[in-house]
Design a protein around this ligand. Structure first.
Ligand SMILES: Nc1nc2c(ncn2[C@@H]2O[C@H](COP(=O)(O)OP(=O)(O)O)[C@@H](O)[C@H]2O)c(=O)[nH]1
Ligand SMILES: [Mg+2]
Length: 462
């Protein structure tokens, strides 16, 4: 079904700047009329074949002055991205020229598109569902290859297909239940075992999808990793080693790093925002004290903390303070300077640091690079929530996760109702609620506000 949205929208769909080409996209009922007014080529624009670029020029119809040489491509409805008549004008990629073409489109029948409005129309016209529309922006914003794979999987409808199958089974169950209520004499109630079986199968599939949510989120958004420890243990050396770059200043002077230093990198497909912090210690130095305050804030915000301890110097009160600061955070402990003679054994950690989790400590030498690959592996595994199997489909979006959580909850209730021997119509209500939550993900049942919220996050021209 193609919804007829009455107005025609236009936007620059390429990044604004100097480039090989700049594309102005026009979509809506007047798209071809707009193109016809501005385009001069071998034939009038409206007579050009669909999906085939034609060389010509854009002129200002008021003066017939040429504005740019372009390729014009028409996409006849419904065979276009939006499902509407769409004209794409590919001109030279310059700021002034591309803006001028857009201005002419707007003064000859189009209006400026809002962010994401082309994709919103694709959704409203049924070209893609809501989860796929969200995947469009995830694809554009993907920060790593793995994040891109998650987004493309969703864009191709893999998540939607799985959810539609579950929803279909739930709707079948509901139809059966409703029939027994409406026609008690003609339709037999489903046996308890059958009802439970259907509920459990749906629950299992939803749980399988929810199991991928943490990894999906990590691949999509990445995680914040902060490096902590007392001064001079090798925090900045660790930052540099992970970045493969001498980014942070490293000296033997304690208190060298005073401000936060943040860099992005990807580790096995996971985008990391890595923060090096000032060494945690009580100090009289005003600047360093502000640095320590900032360090504490960064540590609070981090998804994962790397606590660095110096294996070659005795553990002291400053190590204890550092440990106390990061206690309770998701943590990996780095026992650094392992190339030097050790001043303590890993067992001493339990004695000196109250309540220390010994399993998560790992030795490194940042002068030789020993232990670094293992540390990187450990960061990856910890971020993904402990080595989850690479999946075909990931739930990577918090909105989807919340809807699936709610669907699972409704099904739990349906289950309890069945096993409690309560009336069938109560079961029907819970099953219906679960089906509706699944439909929110794909947008078959969703409020106007949610749609607006989603497309606001897009860029103009997409
Ligand atoms: N021998 C040895 N020295 C290291 C190692 N890691 C760091 N260092 C040295 O320890 C000093 C402090 O390092 P830095 O990274 O600035 O520590 P930060 O204050 O915690 O940031 C510098 O002189 C580094 O060269 C290591 O694994 N082995
Ligand atoms: Mg430092």
């Amino acid at each position: 079904m193609t919804l007829l949205l009455s107005d025609t929208i236009a936007a620059i769909s390429t990044p604004l700047g100097e480039g090989g080409i700049g594309i102005v996209r026009v979509s809506g009922p007047a798209a071809f009329t707009v193109a016809e007014r501005l385009f001069r080529g071998a034939a009038p624009a409206s007579e050009l074949p669909s999906h085939r670029p034609t060389l010509g020029r854009i002129v200002d119809p008021a003066t017939n002055a040429p504005v740019d040489q372009v390729l014009l491509t028409l996409f006849r409805a419904p065979h276009s991205y939006t499902g509407e008549d769409t004209a794409e004008i590919s001109g030279h990629g310059g700021i002034v020229v591309t803006r001028r073409v857009l201005e002419l489109c707007v003064s000859h029948g189009a209006r400026l598109a809002r962010p994401g409005e082309f994709t919103e129309r694709a959704f409203l016209n049924g070209k893609i569902d809501l989860a796929q529309a969200e995947a469009v922006i995830d694809t554009i914003r993907a920060k790593s290859q793995a994040g891109l794979r998650v987004a493309i999987g969703q864009l191709e409808g893999r998540l939607s297909d799985r959810l539609k199958t579950v929803r279909h089974h739930l709707l079948e169950l509901m139809a059966h239940i409703e029939a027994t209520i409406d026609f008690p004499d003609d339709v037999e109630e489903p046996v308890t075992g059958v009802t439970l079986g259907a509920i459990d199968a749906a629950l299992e599939e939803i749980r399988r999808l929810l199991d991928t949510a943490e990894a999906g989120r990590v691949y999509r958004e990445g995680i914040g990793v902060a490096i902590a420890g007392k001064p001079n243990v090798g925090k900045s050396s660790l930052m540099n080693a992970l970045l493969r770059d001498a980014r942070a200043i490293v000296t033997e002077v304690p208190g060298t790093t005073r401000d936060l230093l943040e860099e992005s990198l990807t580790l096995g497909g996971i985008p990391l925002r890595l923060v090096d912090t000032a060494g945690l210690r009580a100090t009289e130095d005003v600047v360093e004290r502000i640095g320590v305050g900032r360090a504490k804030e960064a540590l609070q915000d981090a998804d994962l903390v790397l606590l660095v301890l110096d294996r070659s110097r005795p553990l002291d009160a400053e190590d204890r303070d550092a440990w106390a600061t990061v206690r309770g955070k998701r943590l990996l402990v780095v026992l650094n300077q392992a190339d030097l003679p050790p001043a303590w054994t890993p067992e001493d950690l339990n004695v000196h640091l109250d309540g220390f989790p010994p399993a998560d400590a790992l030795e490194t030498s940042l002068s030789t690079g020993a232990g670094l690959p293992e540390l990187e592996e450990r960061i990856k595994a910890t971020a993904l929530g402990g080595g989850i199997e690479p999946a075909q489909v990931y739930v990577s979006n918090v909105r989807h996760r919340a809807a699936l959580d709610a669907a699972a909850e409704s099904l739990e209730e349906a289950r309890a109702t069945v096993t409690g021997g309560l009336p069938l119509d109560l079961v029907g209500n819970d099953v219906k609620a679960a089906a509706e939550r699944l439909a929110e993900v794909t947008g078959e049942s969703v409020t106007e506000d949610v749609i607006t919220e989603i497309f606001q996050r897009f860029c103009v021209g997409k």
